[in-house]
Design a binder for this molecule. Sequence first.
Ligand code: SF4
Length: 362
Amino acid sequence: MARKTLARTGRGQEGAVPAQALLAWYDRHRRRLPWRALPGEPVDPYRVWLSEIMLQQTTVKAVVPYFAAFLARWPRVEDLAASPVEEVMKAWAGLGYYSRARNLHACAMAVADGHGGRFPADLAALRALPGIGDYTAAAIGAIAFSLPAPVVDGNVERVVTRLEAVDEPLPGAKPLIRALVADMLDPARPGDFAQACMDLGATICTPRKPACGLCPLQPSCAAAATGDQETYPRKAPKRTGALRRGAAFVVVRADGALLVGTRPPKGLLGGMTEVPGTPWSADFDAAAALTAAPLPLPFRRLPGVVSHVFTHFPLELVVFRAEAPAPMPAPTGWRWITADAIAGEAFPSVMRKVIAHGMPGI
Ligand code: SF4
């Protein structure tokens, strides 16, 4: 199979054939999604932006209830901008990286204050907004403003690398994939083209067992012709970090309150809520862990460990629990939250696992 290189792009009219086949398929089979305008309806850039930021983190299925809740509570970008950032962070809980929630709020304020409440219809101006990178700017530009921008997410990478048999592994192949998508897109319908690629990748050109028999691109697909679809996109071998270990302290007051703090705004899990703990390191010494306990209480080590995998390293935490009498003041830098407030607190997944381990039934 011929390798694709940047020098070989420039399909011209050749690209129009798969694009038209894809758009005809999209007109019949497009997914109905709550942030997507129906044919003939005006597109709301606020909805497009909100959904794209949420979808950076997780699946369509997981995003749907969050999107509905955000829209019900903050129907316009000005409403979101006027909300305290802590409320946005709480509503975001469960969607992952909190830096994105902070950027979401900062972006809403920038649009409300700097652009009169209207997202700019310009890629450079979109990219200048907090939390909007190349991909999100292209997605908003194409879908909300019909700008002919190549929109390349994981689904689109899969479709295009198969269609064109791109042998270069990711992430190095990204510029080539963008160039191929730019060649292929229909400038008359860039938003529909982007969403059609996403839908095809999500429903037909799936990572395992793609349904090539139902695919509108099959006549043009290089990978389908050789039967090695599932080997695309090629990936560079993964480097995983060394295991880190540490301890977490679950301190529960007699009235059910839990001792928590807020992580520094920058860095891993920045600004999120945590229970006290030791640093996480490869040479963690469990026997010395109690020297980091936040209060002089009789801690007991709970059986088992909490495991979590971050992008760059796996983590194992041992959990110590202690009961504190009420009232007992929180040590400097920490605070008590009531048992009722735990569900709405901005805990990252790893901390929710620790709390589930240390407070079963919460
Ligand atoms: S023919 Fe198969 S591999 Fe090729 S784009 Fe369609 S679903 Fe993907």
